[in-house]
Design a binder for this molecule. Structure first.
Ligand code: ADP
Length: 429
């Protein structure tokens, strides 16, 4: 077989790392590109491997999300990808305007596929889907902390209804009894939904066995499909790859010794716990102070804190939902997000270019997108996992000549144990 086994279009950078880590751990050579590549493909994994393109389109205007996702898919198809996967968050992060639905429709147009089939369910991370309702652990999505997310508050647990509000194409549910029937029967059910007019199918899954049944059904289907979902479906597909089970193969190069920094702009509940549990020095990023006084104070405080000791320094904007709402009321939702993201991005660049930082842990998808953009990185190599869904990566700057290799742990808000900010360094490249 020549051409890429799978091309993945991920709607944020931490999601790209999550899915790439899962596929690589299954034994499939995998690399991450940041932003839709423009030039010809080079330095890519073997023909039978996977390329994940990490975008920053989760909360972008839908037209921009569609344009970037389509460009990424076209590049992957030109690279010979046999199939294009739509990666979104396992908590279905989106708004009624998008962007899961608009991007799904765009990938159908770009690939000429008949329908998208998938699920946000990723049982290994505690996300399950039953009767079209998404659960985080034993709580419905709308009763979880995602209810108060700063940018994508999720107040409806019915992902079929959520997706239907984002697309003119018909969305259908395939419920657990049909999934339990297994590969060939499940393929028949999905094909029947398509014959009945469905453009998007969401499939219940409460365990990895359900995802394996779905992956087998996708192989059986005589239709062209865009598989879609969290990292769960992609990892199940990778378990069927001929190279699966060979163990992770890493193309990550060495990173020189240097200082360490943690940047948290995440609003997620787990990040709040991780910030509270971090025993080292913490610099608080107060958006209202930055808005009135600029970033100078924070930059010199970071310089001093890094000089004071060997351990990692945490810079955090992470705050309780009421505090986030107060900032949003004062500055605007998008404006405050933009201010914090650009400040943390600027600190990331300062830390690497001038303060000798070589290892960075960044919490939050949007925040991570801002950090890699500010660092001028356009590709990441996957290294070892620090926690499920959170691989270390090594970034080489291609837009800044002579910039050093840096190790990056880009963490989705709700991932990692409470002590990740302390334990992650043990597995750092
Ligand atoms: P997560 O999805 O884990 O919450 P993201 O980085 O994807 O992390 O999104 C969080 C968003 O909330 C970012 O755009 C960030 O700038 C914004 N944010 C973080 N802290 C605050 C705060 N104190 N006030 C207002 N917005 C905030």
């Amino acid at each position: 077989m020549s051409g890429l086994w799978l091309g993945v279009v991920a709607d944020d950078v931490t999601g790209a790392c999550d899915v790439a880590g899962g596929i690589a751990a299954a034994g499939v050579p995998t690399s991450i590109r940041l932003g839709a590549p423009t030039g010809p493909a080079e330095d890519e994994p073997d023909d039978d491997g996977c390329v994940v393109i990490g975008l920053k389109i989760r909360t972008a205007p839908p037209e921009r999300a569609v344009a970037e996702a389509s460009a990424a898919a076209e590049w992957l198809l030109a690279r010979g990808a046999h199939s294009i996967y739509q990666k979104y968050c396992s908590t279905f992060d989106s708004t009624d305007a998008g962007n899961i639905g608009p991007v799904a429709d765009a990938l159908l147009r770009t690939t000429g596929a008949a329908l998208t089939v998938g699920t946000p369910a990723t049982p290994a991370a505690g996300r399950t889907q039953r009767d079209g309702l998404l659960y985080i652990g034993d709580r419905l999505l709308a009763d979880s902390a995602m209810r108060d997310h700063p940018l994508t508050p999720m107040r409806d647990s019915d992902v079929v209804a959520v997706l239907q509000r984002q697309t003119a194409g018909t969305v259908r549910l395939v419920a657990l009894p049909d999934v339990a029937a297994g590969g060939a029967a499940l393929a028949t059910t999905i094909a029947a939904a398509q014959a009945d007019g469905a453009r998007h199918v969401l499939v219940d899954a409460v365990g990895d066995g359900d995802l394996d049944a779905l992956a087998a059904a996708l192989d059986d289907l005589p239709l062209r499909i865009v598989p879609a979902g969290g990292a769960g479906v992609a990892t199940a597909l990778a378990r069927r790859h001929p190279g699966a089970g060979a163990g992770a193969r890493s193309a990550a190069g060495p990173v020189l010794d240097g200082r360490r920094i943690i940047l948290s702009g995440s609003g997620s509940a787990r990040s709040r716990e991780q910030v509270a549990a971090f025993p080292g020095p913490v610099l608080i990023l107060d958006p209202l102070t930055i808005a009135s006084e600029g970033t100078g104070g924070l930059e010199s405080a970071l310089d001093a804190a890094l000089g004071d000791g060997d351990g990692p320094v945490l810079v955090s904007a992470t705050a309780e939902p009421e505090a986030v709402r107060a900032v949003q009321d004062a500055l605007g939702r998008q404006e405050s997000a933009q201010l914090i993201e650009s400040t943390l991005g600027r600190l990331a660049a300062l830390a690497v270019e001038r303060l000798g930082v070589r290892r960075l842990l960044v919490a939050g998808g949007e925040t991570s997108g801002a950090a890699v953009e500010a660092l001028g990185l356009d590709r990441l190599a996957v290294a070892g996992l620090a926690a499920p869904g959170v691989p270390w990566t090594v970034g080489t700057a291609h837009t800044v000549t002579g910039a050093p290799a840096v190790a990056l742990l880009l963490k989705s808000g709700n991932f990692g144990g409470v002590d990740l900010f302390t334990t992650a360094w043990e597995s750092a490249p």
